[in-house]
Design a protein around this ligand. Structure first.
Ligand code: SF4
Length: 239
């Protein structure tokens, strides 16, 4: 377990990518082929690396028709492809069927984040992931969605289990935030200088985040310009 020693407090633990050795991950029942739904590079990066280090045969499934507008979608997708290619991990560029996404979320436009619209959004993404997995000889699915502290993990896991069951594909509800995952997610995002999106993804989350920022006296989101290295990480600490 590397530098992760029992009894240390969070602030004392060295999670740096240089010195941290992850516990080896194992699928719940020894499943061999994992289809990992990915929402974006910052959330996926650490998980992808951990899976690669654990020799789990992983394919990334980028299916996010919720992301709006299209240029934001392309940017988030390209960042994920860039890192997958770096790791040599296969990545599937799935449909951008946003008409169906808007159709499904009709009437939920004013739901808050973590509300019913998000359940609809997760269901749609998990259903498609599970269907693809069952049709293409994968043994299990999972998703990067739960690593973000902005998300409700129970809501995500409920959706994952419910959506995969009809396709007879198990859903892996591993808590990716554990074992230093959240800290390494941030470190890796800075190291790789990933694009740092400032809203969840859909047009309604963009609207609500902008309204919140205006109420706080801040400027509206300027999309496509913020990258993690602006956080001035001392790269010498992690390389
Ligand atoms: S806020 Fe995020 S999870 Fe919720 S509906 Fe919008 S894109 Fe989907």
């Amino acid at each position: 377990m590397g530098n992760f020693k029992k009894g240390k407090t969070m602030s004392q633990v060295d999670y740096s990518l240089k010195s941290y050795k992850r516990p080896k991950l194992e699928t719940p029942n020894g499943e061999k082929k994992l289809l990992l739904h990915s929402c974006c590079a910052p959330c996926a990066g650490e998980i992808m690396e951990a899976l690669a280090a654990s020799d789990i045969d992983t394919t990334i499934y980028f299916y996010n028709p919720n992301i709006h507008p299209k240029d934001e979608y392309e940017l988030r997708k390209d960042e994920n492809i860039r890192f997958a290619e770096k790791l040599g991990m296969p990545i599937i560029d799935a449909d951008y069927d946003r008409d169906e996404w808007f159709e499904r979320t009709k009437g939920q436009e004013n739901e808050p984040e973590r509300g019913e619209r998000c359940s609809t959004c997760f269901d749609m993404r998990f259903q498609k992931t599970a269907k693809f997995a069952s049709e293409n000889d994968f043994d299990i699915i999972s998703s990067t969605l739960g690593i973000s502290r902005w998300k409700d993990m129970n809501q995500i896991n409920e959706s994952g289990a419910k959506s995969s069951a009809p396709h007879k594909i198990p859903y892996w509800d591993f808590n990716w935030r554990k074992q230093g995952g959240s800290s390494r997610m941030l470190e890796l995002s800075k190291k790789e200088n990933f694009y740092q999106q400032e809203y969840c993804g859909c047009v309604y989350s963009l609207r609500d985040t902008n309204n919140w920022r205006i109420a706080k006296g801040r400027n509206k989101i300027e999309r496509g310009v913020k990258f993690y290295q602006e956080a001035k990480l001392k790269l010498s600490q992690i390389d």
